[in-house]
Design a protein around this ligand. Structure first.
Ligand code: PGA
Length: 250
């Protein structure tokens, strides 16, 4: 059985005051023995403080990105060891905003994945196609290519200790969610791709759906056989929405 997991990606939102309010609202209503894992990925500058605020909750801490290199002259970058040092257990890698806005290649994302894994952080690997790619029937090809870059550099064993998030780019922040059937189709393809290398690992890998998940559509998406939870952007900034999504995952 794969334990469901819900990850909140705050992106570049929040302030110390807003964060404290949101954590208080979440913590006050958070179930004692949640049936799903929960991770919050705040902006980097707030990670340590959020870690302190989350101390008495079952919510875990994650980062939104990580440097592919371990240390040295990389101005502006933060290493996996540093994230681990301040309490992160997870990090997102290859979010489509990083791939598209900051031109991160499949190979760079794979190196980030490797860096995170080597320091004991659980990578949350994002994959997903753009609208033009879906419209031209290339969804499977794009997602496979993104996945293969990691499989080839890091090996299938590392996948078993990570999380994959399928996020169709056309569904992110647009209010246009993939249908549960569209999500399931790609999730099954991702699992089959991993399964071609190792069926047991494929069966254990948690695959999240991301892209305009909200309280009103979460349960339907999470009911699909290969959808093991969600990567939540906008709705993770509203305590009531996020708590309802968590409940749907459990
Ligand atoms: P969204 O973002 O939920 O706001 O669509 C999801 C994501 O980018 O992870």
């Amino acid at each position: 059985m794969r334990r469901p997991i819900v990850v909140g990606n705050w992106k570049m939102h929040g302030s110390r005051a807003e964060n404290a309010r949101l954590i208080e609202e979440l913590g006050g209503h958070y179930p004692r023995n949640p049936a799903a894992d929960c991770v919050i990925c705040p902006p980097l500058v707030y990670v340590q403080e959020i870690g302190r605020l989350l101390r008495d909750t079952p919510i875990r801490l994650g980062a939104q990105d990580v440097c592919a290199d371990t240390h040295g002259a990389f101005t502006g970058e933060v290493s996996a060891a540093m994230l681990k040092d301040v309490g992160c257990e997870y990090t997102i890698v290859g979010h489509s905003e990083r791939r598209l806005l900051y031109r991160e290649s499949d190979q760079l994302v794979a190196r980030k994945f490797a860096a995170a894994h080597s320091k004991g952080l659980i990578p949350i690997l994002c994959v997903g196609e753009q609208l033009s790619e879906r419209d031209s029937g290339r969804t499977a090809e794009v997602v496979s290519r993104q996945l293969d870059a990691v499989l080839e550099l890091c090996g299938v064993e590392t996948l078993g200790q990570s999380v994959v998030a399928y996020e169709p780019v056309w569904a992110i922040g647009t209010g246009r969610t993939a249908t549960p059937e569209q999500a399931q189709e790609v999730h099954a393809a991702i699992r089959a791709r991993i399964g071609a290398r190792d069926a047991k690992i494929a069966g254990a890998t948690r695959i999240l759906y991301g892209g305009s998940v909200k309280a009103s559509n979460a349960a339907e998406l999470f009911s699909m056989a290969d959808v093991d939870g969600g990567l939540i952007g906008g709705a993770s900034l509203k305590a009531d929405e996020f708590l309802a999504i968590l409940k749907a995952a459990g």
